[in-house]
Ligand binder design. Structure first.
Ligand code: SAM
Length: 231
């Protein structure tokens, strides 16, 4: 049988490195729903614990960690507001990390993505709450969301930084953390990616968010960056 070694990530709780013979080191989380994969990812069992391999080509959060981000506001037992959950690829790994003691509020406005998110993912994961809503209007889901420890935003739309800041202002606890996945081409195709990242970061700073780290996500995602900050 091929050998598998599992080590906890040096800094990030709930994230693991799985070393596979002939394949090298891969990122993984502990599967909250053993036996069930979300997007065709590989499942591996080691010492009675099932891990889900986490593909940096499919998830910007995984790409950021593989590119060296070693402090994120998403950890066991915290509440996360996730904007742009799509069909739940990354949100399911966030659900693994926060475990049963945490919560992931998943905001998504595309009906098809929402249906897949609910039927394939949230129905099996009690710590994920789907919210069918437009993230540009955070007050519209006030009745469904409590104060959170972290806001994660991956909506690939213009004004991504403004949407994140508006949600942080409405739902984030004092000193809570934020993560913004910036897709440069969604903001302004006429500007270079670097200048788009700079101007989006400036929006966050002006809204009271202290920037901790900005990493570019190449080669996993072209013209994308991940920003990590605290409110
Ligand atoms: N975060 C996902 C992942 O890693 O698995 C991928 C997200 S995809 C790049 C962007 C998603 O944001 C799309 O599903 C889109 O429908 C959603 N979206 C865009 N603008 C939105 C808005 N204003 N409110 C809610 N969802 C939005």
């Amino acid at each position: 049988m091929a050998s598998v070694r599992v080590e906890a990530h040096e800094k990030i709780q709930g994230v693991y490195w799985v070393t596979l013979e002939h394949e090298g080191k891969r990122l993984a989380t502990v599967n909250l729903t053993p036996g069930r994969a979300v997007y065709g990812e590989r499942l591996l069992t080691r010492k009675n614990v099932e891990y889900r391999l986490w593909d940096p080509y499919r998830s910007k959060l995984a790409a950021a960690i593989v590119k060296g981000v070693d402090a994120i506001p998403i950890k066991p037992h915290v509440k996360v507001l996730y904007l742009g959950a799509a069909s739940g690829t990354t949100a399911s790994h966030v659900s693994d990390i926060v475990e049963h003691g945490g919560l992931v509020y998943c905001v998504e406005f595309a009906p098809r993505a929402m249906r897949e998110l609910v039927d394939n993912v949230c129905a099996h994961r009690p710590n994920m709450h789907p919210i069918s809503a437009d993230a540009r209007f955070p007050e519209r889901y006030r009745a469904m969301v409590q104060r959170v420890d972290a806001v994660y935003c991956d909506i690939a739309q213009p004004e991504q930084a403004k949407v994140l800041a508006d949600n942080a202002e409405t739902y984030l606890k004092p000193r809570g953390g934020v993560m913004l996945a910036i897709k440069a081409r969604s903001v302004d195709v006429t500007k270079t990616p670097s200048s788009v990242f700079k101007s989006e970061v400036e929006v966050l700073k002006q809204r009271g968010i202290a920037i901790q780290k900005v990493v570019r996500l190449e080669p996993y995602e072209k013209d994308h960056a991940m920003v990590i900050g605290a409110y």
